[in-house]
Design a protein. Structure first.
Length: 256
């Protein structure tokens, strides 16, 4: 279905981004990966699906590196048709103890990078009169949790940004939407589980049980594959008129 399209997935060397990238490639899209750490294996996995795979190591907190990544996408792939803004980090602390550098990094990576990639991708999407911008927000874009002021602010911002750009492009073939996962078992969440285990003296299984029981009524983690399939749906013609939504995949978290 996505043959001939190019997808850029930020933060796709790990976790949700990696799962979404694989799913888009499995449906025929060429994929540009981004993120820190080892990427060769992830890139080889994408190429093995018979599509063109690329990688750019731009730091999503640096606008000039984002500009270089978007120029790479134009030169090597003829532009970005599907933009998945996924890169994100977390830090947990009460507001009075929140390190200023962590606040700045979370706002830059989780929110401002979405502005930069989107502003650079939209002109070519307008020319083609087709495009998809899919922002991986969070349940924390809809509701809050204590000790996550920067993350909650950034994710609420991502949802506001999604709606504004969806309106700006409403009469075109471009759609802009957000996906709001609940708990997904990735390195970002494992760090929080480890910290809770240390604080509560619980093992990993008990920490997971408690984490889910607190917020996610299904008591199941959402998977990167489920988020990948929803991304593919949002790229399909069936979703041509889905504009500006924040779609939660959270086991009932925000239904409470
Ligand atoms: P993860 O830590 O597994 O992956 C994060 C990815 O972002 C990695 O590829 C990492 O290298 C990349 N990254 C981090 N900082 C970067 C930077 N400055 N520049 C470029 N890349 C950078 O995390 P994840 O759980 O897969 O999270 C992905 C997204 O999903 C994040 O936006 C997160 O907020 C969101 N999310 C996660 C959950 C969850 O439960 N895991 C729930 C809701 C939303």
């Amino acid at each position: 279905m996505l043959k001939g399209k190019t997808a850029l997935v930020t933060g796709s060397t790990s976790g949700i981004g990696h799962g979404v990238a694989k799913c888009l490639a499995a449906h025929g899209a060429n994929v540009i990966l981004n993120g820190f750490g080892e990427y060769e294996a992830a890139k080889a996995e994408i190429a093995a699906l018979g599509v063109k795979a690329g990688y750019h190591g731009a730091d999503m907190s640096k606008p000039e590196e984002i500009e270089a990544m978007m120029a790479y996408a134009t030169q090597e792939f003829g532009g970005v048709d599907i933009l998945v803004n996924n890169a994100g980090i977390q830090h947990v602390a009460n507001v009075e103890d929140f390190p200023v550098t962590k606040w700045d990094a979370i706002i830059a990576i989780n929110l401002s990078s979405t502005f930069h990639t989107t502003r650079l991708a939209i002109p070519a999407m307008r020319e083609k009169n087709w495009g998809r911008v899919i922002n991986i927000a969070s349940t924390h874009g809809l509701v809050a949790s204590a000790q996550k002021s920067a993350y909650v602010s950034a994710k609420h911002g991502v949802i506001g940004f999604t709606k504004a750009v969806a309106l700006e492009t409403a009469t075109t073939g471009i759609t802009v939407n957000a996906i709001c996962p609940g708990w997904v078992l990735t390195p970002l969440v494992q760090k929080q589980l480890d910290a809770r285990g240390l604080a509560d003296g619980t093992d990993d299984a008990e920490s997971k049980r408690r984490l889910l029981a607190e917020k996610q009524p299904s008591l199941q983690f959402t998977t990167p594959e489920q988020l990948g399939e929803l991304t593919v749906f949002l790229c399909s013609p069936a979703a041509d008129n889905v504009k500006g939504v924040a779609w939660n995949v959270d086991g009932g978290w925000t239904a409470q």
